[in-house]
Design a protein around this ligand. Sequence first.
Ligand SMILES: [Zn+2]
Length: 227
Amino acid sequence: MFPSWQKCTVVFFWVLTLCFAGTAGYAQTARHVVVIDAAHGGDDAGVLGVDGAAEKDVTLAVALALQKELSTGGGLEVLLTRNTDRTLSLEERKKFIQKASPALVLSLHANAGFGKIATGFELYYPGFAKARAANKAAPAAGTPDNRHLNDTVKLARLVQKNLDSLFPRQGRGLREAGIPLAEGLAAPVLVMEMGFLTNADGKKKLTSGKTQAEIAAALAKSIRGFF
Ligand SMILES: [Zn+2]
């Protein structure tokens, strides 16, 4: 038999243990996985802009800056499809995303324009009609459902809002498109064309560390706002 003060101590530690276990469990469930996809890489340079600026370098720089930005504050686990200049196929990217089963996927690109005057950023989400048709044809294939599409649009609106304060009146809108990366994935996938490398101003901005950090900060704010 324990004397009663010992009993109290045992009960106290038992309750304390339960509390910590509860907190740890909660922290685990509250941790959201976000995948940032730096499009292109390695042999695939993507768009080549003014002075040979390569899309693959811009997407990687912003992805790394965004990961750094989101790593502070906790609550998010941020994974990059690539964190170096390496070739990565669409299938490899999809496999990586599937394994991570993220709450959000943001795929970063940079644009090439018709003529040198095209400017601004664009956001793309997988089409509703397409997803519905795909769901009908193969319901078990993990095609994006309406919940994922709603999440994508929710994130897109936040990105639009937060980037508008960085690039006023440069938003070229939110568009529905066929997104190969999203096909067959049960996750919200938003594709962002951050701007045009084919005009001098766009190239200057997208290759500047300062602007890359500003874009990353605006995207981080959007992702935090999403959760
Ligand atoms: Zn691209």
